[in-house]
Design a binder for this molecule. Structure first.
Ligand code: SF4
Length: 324
């Protein structure tokens, strides 16, 4: 691209990065960096405790994604305090925090328990909001009405694990819900003005590259504020590890080079108004079957993707067709 074109290009998200980036999204709202602090509040999950299923999703091992300061034996306040200390030395400029209820299904409890936990977090000095990770089948009208009320004075986001837009995949990975249930939860939440996010995994067994790419159109048509994407990683000790070891040909595990090209093709088709929070997952190597991407960190992959987008002169939504 010529220097002249570089100067005149402006993206709908209002900054120069080639995708609608989560960190810039918060800078636009609050004028400063906002840091998430993870919490394990001791929830479980209906796909593990027998009410919906048992054994959980075939890839699930929450330990692989939980920061070390998150331990349900500690109070919410203690975890936030330790989380803030943990992040302080890395990001000295963070001034506000979001309490991220991360482990398992964080709306899977009676409303009174949720209120006590969420309000303890919101009362912690410096915490300006909540991000609540949950399943689409763990929300109801009463909980949504409460979250809507909280959202009048705080930043509130509900982040649904959807993982795939295909029911054949959701069945195979034992999610215990359909895509239609996920879509309904997303639409209900967004209709109340609550920030609505979703999480997806690329490389799940049985999905072709074309099917994965097709999801860009489906995801783009949902009223989502944010999305997170992960490449599939096979975590030790999971049901998926057994499946993978017995039939590796059923899996398409991306090398980081393949993922980079795939991901750019994917986000070219994505709705530019959806903020992208994550490009990749980063489970510690000790949890992985195989070598994964070695020591490549998420921020390095993001830089490589952005560099490649620059070379290709492309951006999120370049090929997006609004079909809503
Ligand atoms: S819904 Fe989440 S916590 Fe529950 S089994 Fe699946 S991945 Fe694990």
């Amino acid at each position: 691209m010529s220097e002249e074109n570089k100067n005149i290009r402006s993206y709908p998200w209002g900054h120069e990065r080639r995708f609608n980036a989560y960190s810039n999204y918060f800078r636009n709202i609050y004028g400063a960096r906002v840091q998430k602090v993870s919490i394990d509040a001791g929830f479980t999950c209906p796909n593990r405790d027998g009410s919906k299923g048992s054994g959980g999703c075939t890839y699930c091992n929450n330990d692989a994604f939980n920061p070390s300061y998150c331990q349900p034996a500690k109070s919410v306040s203690d975890q936030i305090g330790e989380g803030i200390e943990f992040h302080k030395w890395r990001y000295s400029e963070a001034v506000s925090y979001l309490a991220y209820f991360q482990a398992f299904s964080n709306t899977y409890a009676p409303i009174d328990r949720l209120k006590a936990l969420y309000e303890e977090a919101l009362n912690y000095p410096g915490v300006i909001g909540l991000i609540i990770g949950t399943r689409p089948d763990c929300i109801d009208d009463e909980k949504l009405a409460y979250l809507k009320k909280l959202s009048e004075k705080n930043y509130i986001a509900v982040e649904y694990g959807i993982e795939s837009c295909y029911n054949k995949t959701l069945l195979r990975i034992n999610r215990g819900h359909t895509f239609e249930e996920a879509e309904s939860a997303v639409r209900k939440t967004a209709a109340l003005g609550i920030n609505t996010g979703a999480h997806f995994i690329f490389g799940l067994p049985g999905e072709s590259r074309e099917e994965m790419l097709e999801q860009a159109g489906i995801i783009s048509s949902l009223p989502l504020k944010t999305v997170k994407f992960h490449q599939l990683q096979i975590i030790k000790g999971t049901a998926m590890e057994k499946e993978f070891l017995s039939k590796p040909s059923d899996f398409k595990l991306f090398s980081w080079e393949e993922y980079l090209e795939f991901f750019i093709t994917f986000i070219e088709r994505m709705n530019p108004s959806i903020v992208i929070e994550r490009f990749t997952g980063e489970a510690p190597l000790r949890f992985l079957t195989g070598e994964g991407w070695g020591k490549k960190r998420t921020d390095q992959i993001v830089s490589l993707i952005e560099k490649r987008m620059e070379e290709l002169d492309t951006w999120q939504g370049r090929l997006y067709k609004d079909k809503r």
